[in-house]
Design a protein around this ligand. Sequence first.
Ligand SMILES: *Cc1c(COP(=O)(O)O)cnc(C)c1O
Length: 458
Amino acid sequence: MSGASRLVGGPELPQVRRVVSEIPGPRSRELLARQRTLVPAGLRAALPVFVEAVGGGVIVDADGNSFIDFGSGIAVTTVGNSAAAVTERAAAQLHRFTHTCFLVNPYESYLDVCEKLNELAPVPGEKRTILVNSGAEAVENAVKIARAATGRPGIVVFDHAFHGRTLLTMSLTAKNKPYKQGFGPFAPEVHRAPMAYPYRWPTGPENCAEEAAQALADLLDRQVGAENAAAVLVEPIQGEGGIVVPAPGFLSKVATICRARGILLIVDEIQAGIARTGRMFACEHEGVQPDLITTAKGLAGGLPLGAVTGRAELMDAVPTGGLGGTYSGNPVACEAALGVFEEIETHDLMERAREIGDTMLEHLGVLGDTHPVIGDVRGRGAMVAIELVEPDGERFPAPDLTARVARRCHENGLLVLTAGSYGNVLRFLPPLSISDDLLEEGLSILGEAITKESASAA
Ligand SMILES: *Cc1c(COP(=O)(O)O)cnc(C)c1O
């Protein structure tokens, strides 16, 4: 793909995989020892090599190793880590001013980002956007807005959901360890419905959308009481939960259930949104029109920025002074976000995401046919995963094998991330600036790692 190489910017890193030391190498191990004396044990890196430079599709560490990047800093550097429009705009803004606080003196780039999101978001009617600093803050604000607009307290979320690490968003998140253990009591008025997770639906994938929708309606009508529910909050593809693509039709059934009861639908596009799945927003694949959408991760190419975009009458329901934050919508991050939209348009990155998805799903499908430990292959665009299970056909999760495969990939110069409620999902979120050569090389390293580790387990 010629477009991809143009995106390799800044340090012009050679687009090669190179392993020259143990992983982590001596310099990284030194720095890790230093980290342990300075940083609490609660933070742990997926691949503890200290970074020197990143660009295109590689991450170069302090020992000179060059890793193929299948992580994008958790789906953040979707347009690449050094996309020209992002770095040039952000650098120019750094020289103009770094901060004024939008609540003290506004600036136009904030409006430009909001205009872009209002134009692109599949929310019906007139729209408004508020900018914040992170994904969790976006979800917090979406809940505040939904409650203020409806006068109702209840929020319904799903099994396997991830919405952040603050008190409210951790309460909305499903998985206990490591996200919630020891951190309670949790925020009240959070209710949880089953997720339409086709691979693990008890009566089979063909019944999944219908039965999961029925379970949601039952929860709303018989437990929560529809008149007490402000919103249903759902990821269009669950990220941390294991790249769970809901059964086809489920999201539109959720929208219908909400509409019939005057409950708002909030779609959390923080991981799946901003071109990653081959559409600007992942819920567009299902033709769903939410009332509110949260974005962050891919929005500003690595600078901290999140947003809530929603129907104007809901967004305007919060009284003056009810929303905001000191750093929210930082001007450097706003310029970076404008650069992200420019990169997506000029390099047709949504098409690139679809190409990457086709390549990954094809290779992984072939791999799945010959490796019974690969229970499921799923995803959309550059958001793809495999679920590893015991090879006996019972779908029993294989988290230890998953961890070993990830480690072997790391040792061979491929960064992969794990995910899933059972810790048995390997997820692949490459930057859209990765070359086809690196993508295919990464997939073959993954294949070898699975072959070797599943053979040694047997
Ligand atoms: C990462 C994530 C969040 C939280 O974002 P932070 O920026 O880490 O606070 C919320 N929702 C989803 C779907 C995410 O993937």
